[in-house]
Write a protein that binds this ligand. Structure first.
Ligand code: ADP
Ligand code: MG
Length: 436
């Protein structure tokens, strides 16, 4: 999240809570002048302590308990590489209390530290509304599932009937067999709901958070399921993770950005992407000290586009290859091809997740993405207008296909007066390696 996003998030949250700048100042102990300057963009690089005070105040307006949990999430152990190679003895830090089985069904959150997602977590926790799904979008491997599950863990106490996670990754894609997709998704939901005292679909007093994970390939089925559930339970809380949002379901969107490679954040003064890399290296090569190689770590993370999954893959490579080789001779494709790797049980191949996202596009969209992947890394609306990305047809069609690619999270947008576009680094590498 860059400073503009942070700024607009602070304003949005303050307004949603219904506070004036003065009230926020009172609750946060940050001066009204600082808040005003921050919100109007006069302050470009706010002090971390001020941001924490503001976030903390906005957050505790949600619930006191959530504030405690958030502060637990914010405190983290030391990233490997910045500290002595061997971890200090002591109790492991946990993201949130582990939910018991009765209150949590389906895929569970990871228990290690989530890096650099405080503002996203705050947004999800305060923006989630009854009866209005919140869709977390963003490129494959960016951290949508992780954010959804972390948020759910922090919100668990608000829901008497707990959290249910419907994971759809293994369901047949609609593009392959719509009937099978629909039947499998329904079966998965039925299985999760089995065993409640009363069937959640007919219980009018249901207080539950439903997380629908990995919805992009069954998005019409999910839209139908969600509509049906909301008809029964107009106040149900739903978080969906997907490369694209469902059509025909009024929802709020939150784009999960790659981890920052520029802005030092958190207690260790390095960018979150670098912190994640160091943590993962530490878990596969605990005696390796990267403390004096931070500039190279940051450079590597930059080349990986801040994509969490790519960073995890590269960290595992550190078992066999020293950092300078990864940075200097770094070719992304050999690593992309890696399948299961030792050390990290949750590992999945980056190549597969990129192929998955690309595979959801139709031929016209793929053609356009291939062209955009040869544009400069950051391009403008004029670039898109001037160069036919859609088979040389009229320019307005370019904007249609651009919009579709944005909806599929394969083009990212930096919004301001002018919009800047980019194909996420790893997707670009993947697409450019496809033979013409
Ligand atoms: N902020 C983070 N801190 C630590 N690990 C992360 C973070 N974001 C993502 N990861 C890890 O990166 C991998 C990809 O994240 P995931 O949530 O599965 O991505 P997505 O759902 O967007 O495809 C997972 O192993 C996840 O645990
Ligand atoms: Mg996911």
């Amino acid at each position: 999240m860059d400073n503009n996003q942070l700024r607009s998030m602070l304003v949005t949250q303050r307004k949603m809570i219904g506070w004036s700048q003065e009230q926020l100042a009172e609750h946060s102990t940050v001066s009204v002048r600082t808040i005003r300057n921050l919100e109007t963009g006069v302050i470009k690089n706010p002090r971390r302590s001020s941001v924490e005070l503001l976030v903390g105040a906005l957050f505790s307006a949600a619930t006191d308990r959530d504030a405690t949990l958030l502060s637990q999430a914010v405190q983290s152990g030391a990233p490997a590489g910045l500290l002595p190679a061997r971890p200090e003895p002591g109790p492991p830090t946990r993201v949130a209390e582990l939910p018991d089985n009765a209150r949590w069904r389906g895929l569970r959150p990871k228990t290690d530290i989530t890096v650099g997602r405080r503002a996203d977590l705050l947004h999800v926790m305060t923006a989630l509304r009854p009866g209005r799904p919140l869709v977390l979008t963003g490129p494959a491997g960016v951290g949508k599932t992780r954010l959804a599950l972390d948020s759910a863990a922090h919100l668990l106490d608000r829901f008497r009937d707990g959290v249910v996670v419907l994971e759809l990754g293994s369901v047949t894609p609609e593009g392959v067999d719509p009937a099978a997709a629909s039947a499998q998704a329904q079966r998965a939901l039925d299985t999760l709901f089995r065993g409640f005292d009363r069937d959640p679909r007919t219980n009018p007093e249901l207080q539950m958070l439903l997380v629908v994970d990995n919805a992009e390939h069954v998005i019409d089925t999910v839209a139908r399921q969600v509509r049906a559930l909301l008809e029964q339970h107009p106040a149900l809380h739903i978080v969906i993770t997907s490369l694209r949002a469902p059509a025909g379901v009024p929802a709020d969107l939150w784009e999960v950005s790659p981890l920052s490679v520029d802005r030092p954040d958190g207690p260790y003064g390095c960018p979150p992407a670098a912190e994640l890399f160091c943590r993962r290296v530490h878990s596969v090569a605990p005696t390796l000290d990267l403390g004096d190689q931070m500039p190279q770590v940051v450079e590597l993370c930059r080349r990986l586009g801040g994509l969490a999954l790519a960073i995890e893959n590269a960290a595992v490579r550190m078992r066999s290859v020293p950092l300078h080789v990864l940075v200097d001779e770094y070719r992304v494709l050999p690593i992309l091809g890696q399948e299961e790797v030792g050390g990290l049980s949750h590992h999945r191949s980056l190549h597969r997740s990129l192929a998955w996202a690309y595979g959801l596009l139709d031929e016209r969209q793929r053609r356009a993405l291939r062209r955009l992947s040869r544009f400069p890394e950051e391009f403008s609306i004029d670039d898109v207008r001037q160069q036919p990305v859609d088979g040389g047809r009229e320019p307005s069609r370019n904007l249609d296909v651009l919009a579709e690619l944005v909806d599929f999270s394969v083009v990212q947008v930096k919004r301001g007066h002018q919009y800047a576009y980019r194909v996420p680094r790893m997707m670009r590498e993947y697409v450019n390696a496809i033979p013409a």
